[in-house]
Design a protein. Structure first.
Length: 377
């Protein structure tokens, strides 16, 4: 596990950029942006819908230079293709102002803005230390946990888009959804019968926004704040997620061409991980075997109507749902079962130096008379 996430070059670049950004903060900005307690439960909140209780400092409280440093932090952490998606998604807020004039009224200008995205540091961004950078707002959540300036966990990473079907060219998640449609269209009747698990899509992720995915999960009846699209208990059971018993069709039951599309879909989501680690993740996925990758679909089978798909492996979970708004409001997420928020790396590696046996951050501040009283002997 630890080798899969080892990214010391990226960790150091992120660290020095974060330290440079923090040095520009005045006391009020510093108080907003930094939560000293790494274990603060708010670190595990990754909900991408608008909320009134966001932590962190919003972009509209930063000057131009500070915003550039924020975007540089993100650019360092994700591949260029994903970076451009994260840049584009907030710009759809301006498109939504056209769509929602009657709905939002006088709140329109403050509700839909590309500056309502919040940066939070949890812990101490320092050399050989452990901290989290979170960038969170409507349809964007990046969680980057840096452990001992050596390992990086980058999940859960959630991206959304609204609208997806409209007379415009800004469609940042077209391929994140498009590869799944391509795969679905390629299936024959027998394959489709295995892949399609239900004729109703959930309102949002089946696993919801839990910090750690359980052995099984059921979707909610509706998405928070949007009760216009609801599902029944029967639907919830049909859509159930089970870690040990994946739904859908195994990659082993696909043709070579179909397997290529499935791998393109998975690679599209793995491309949300730091470039220094992404190739290892892709190689590991292929080493595990195509038979370990399952593709499941629910809802309608055409664009512009409610639909859902997930891809499940022994290590990863991909979910994409486009149900509310008549299939014109997309949420997607990549999760890593054992290492979301760095859980596994933190348990196995944090504060443990492979060479010296203890954390340098601790040893440098303890008298040798206490720490190594018998060293000369």
């Amino acid at each position: 596990m630890s080798a899969l996430h080892e990214a010391p070059a990226t960790a150091t670049k992120m660290l020095v950029t974060a330290m440079g950004l923090i040095d520009t903060f005045d006391p009020g900005q510093r108080a907003q942006a930094i939560i000293d307690d790494f274990d603060d439960p708010r670190r595990l909140n990754w909900d991408i819908i608008p909320k009134p209780d966001r932590t962190g400092i919003p972009l509209h409280h930063l000057d131009r230079h500070q915003k550039v440093l924020v975007w540089d932090l993100i650019r360092i952490a994700v591949p260029l293709r994903t970076f451009t998606k994260v840049l584009a998604i907030p710009q759809l807020e301006h498109v939504l102002r056209d769509y929602e004039q009657d709905f939002l009224g006088p709140a329109l200008q403050t509700w839909r803005t590309s500056d309502s995205y919040f940066l939070t540091f949890f812990g101490r961004p320092g050399f050989e230390d452990t901290w989290t950078l979170r960038f969170l707002g409507h349809h964007v959540c990046l969680n980057l946990t840096i452990v001992d300036e050596r390992w990086i966990s980058a999940t859960p990473v959630a991206l959304g888009a609204q609208p997806t079907e409209y007379d415009g060219v800004l469609k940042p998640l077209a391929e994140d959804e498009g590869f799944a449609f391509d795969l679905l269209a390629s299936l024959d009747d027998n394959q489709r019968a295995q892949a399609v698990i239900h004729d109703v899509a959930p309102a949002d992720f089946v696993t919801r926004q839990v910090p750690r995915v359980g052995a099984y999960e059921y979707p909610d009846h509706y998405d928070l704040g949007m009760p216009g699209y609801t599902i029944t208990d029967r639907d919830r059971v049909a859509l159930k997620f089970s870690r040990d018993n994946p739904s859908g069709i195994s990659g082993a039951k696909l043709t070579d061409d179909q397997q290529h599309i499935l791998l393109d879909l998975v690679d599209c989501y793995l491309d949300r991980l730091p470039p220094e680690t992404a190739e290892r993740h892709r190689h590991g996925l292929r080493t595990d075997g195509i038979e370990q990758i399952f593709f499941a679909w629910a809802g309608t089978q055409q664009r512009g109507a409610p639909h859902y798909f997930r891809v499940q492996t022994s290590r990863y979970l991909i979910e994409a749902v486009n149900a509310v708004g008549g299939g014109n409001h997309l949420h997607t997420v990549l999760r890593e079962f054992d290492n979301d928020f760095g859980f596994d790396i933190l348990a196995s590696q944090a504060g443990k130096d492979a060479t010296w046996g203890k954390g340098h951050l601790v040893s440098r501040s303890i008298s040798s008379a206490e720490a190594d009283p018998g060293l000369e002997h």
